[in-house]
Design a protein around this ligand. Structure first.
Ligand code: COA
Length: 292
């Protein structure tokens, strides 16, 4: 299948230095892998340094690229500044920031403690803000001609969603930040965009979000009009495109990659998808007969 294949031509991110928060696992790791394959140097961050070290070895062996693992809790501004310093020390510059690190609890909101709510807001919104501010200040001070911020949000950033309220609240903030800074910081050569992925199963987050037999009970592909969940490579293709100069005229955009999932839930008559052909024949006859 074409969508499982790398899309950009070799060297599309040659010598770019890209920081990927949460880059040691899941979708962050998949996007990092492709950035490396396209010639970028990648800095991966996570709270778990051992996981990062394992990922560094795996990614370097797989791609032949250079990976710098830096331990960082994105909630802590000083740690984020340390990532920037380590990146500059190792590579002498930084070109792109991918705000991918996230946290989420599936839960009725009233069961969450104030601290649980804060935890998700702090990782997602404050974490994205911390990285964006630290790297943005650097790019502006340094007068770097061009740089890119890419934020991973979700389609419920604009629809909202029950049972993931802290995440929805925080992602809505990240989306507002994306669109605001796209205008404010364009004069400094900083492009700011977002991706809103639908279901892209990963071992870690997916098992945590839908534990036990919930995964089978609520088979996500049934919610997606194209009838399947996403492949990591197709998300990586989009992320690499938005990081690359090929997308130089795209700024302040959020690109949804969900097979039509959120719209399926939104359209007033979308439930008619389940109506079989024979019933359509009957319905059409009934409607036409009323007209006469
Ligand atoms: N449901 C409700 N509350 C929960 C919870 C759950 N599943 N898991 C933890 N909490 C609460 C804790 O009880 C605590 O609140 P309290 O102090 O009032 O008791 C609060 O949330 C913080 O928990 P803690 O474990 O200290 O948070 P942490 O900062 O160590 O880690 C995460 C939080 C989200 C990073 C962690 O759960 C994690 O690593 N998740 C995996 C990453 C992830 O969720 N990715 C999904 C991307 S969509």
């Amino acid at each position: 299948m074409m969508y499982q294949k790398p899309m950009l031509k070799e060297g599309s991110l040659k010598d770019q230095v890209i920081v990927v928060t949460g880059g040691g696992s899941g979708l962050g790791k998949a996007m990092s892998t492709y950035f490396l394959e396209l010639g970028a140097h990648v800095v991966i961050t996570s709270r778990n340094f051992e996981k990062l070290e394992r990922a560094k070895i795996e990614l370097e062996q797989k791609t032949g690229g250079k990976v710098l693992p830096v331990q960082c809790d994105v909630r802590n501004y000083a740690e984020v500044e340390a990532v920037l310093a380590a990146t500059l020390k190792e590579f002498g510059k930084v070109d792109g920031l991918l705000n991918n690190a996230a946290g989420n609890f599936i839960s009725p909101t009233e069961r969450l403690s104030a601290n649980a709510f804060d935890t998700v807001i702090d990782i997602v919104l404050k974490g994205s803000k911390n990285c964006t501010l630290a790297f943005g200040k650097h790019w502006i001070d340094y007068k770097q001609p061009k740089s890119t911020i890419l934020n991973i949000v979700t389609t419920y950033a604009w629809t909202g969603s029950a049972y993931v309220v802290p995440s929805a609240t925080a992602k809505a903030g990240v989306l507002a930040m994306t669109r605001s800074l796209a205008v404010e910081w364009a004069k400094y050569g900083i492009r700011t965009n977002a991706i809103a992925p639908g279901p892209f199963p990963t071992e870690g987050a997916w098992d945590r979000l839908l534990p036990g037999d919930l995964k089978d009970k609520f088979d996500m592909k049934n919610k997606v009009p194209v009838g399947r969940v996403g492949e990591h490579q197709e998300l990586a293709n989009l992320a690499a495109y938005l990081m690359s100069d090929f997308s130089a005229y795209i700024n302040g955009e959020v690109i949804t990659i969900d097979g039509g999932e959120w719209l399926k839930g939104a359209g007033e008559f979308n439930m008619l998808e389940d109506v079989p052909k024979e019933m359509w024949d009957m319905l059409e006859a009934m409607i036409r007969s009323k007209k006469k």
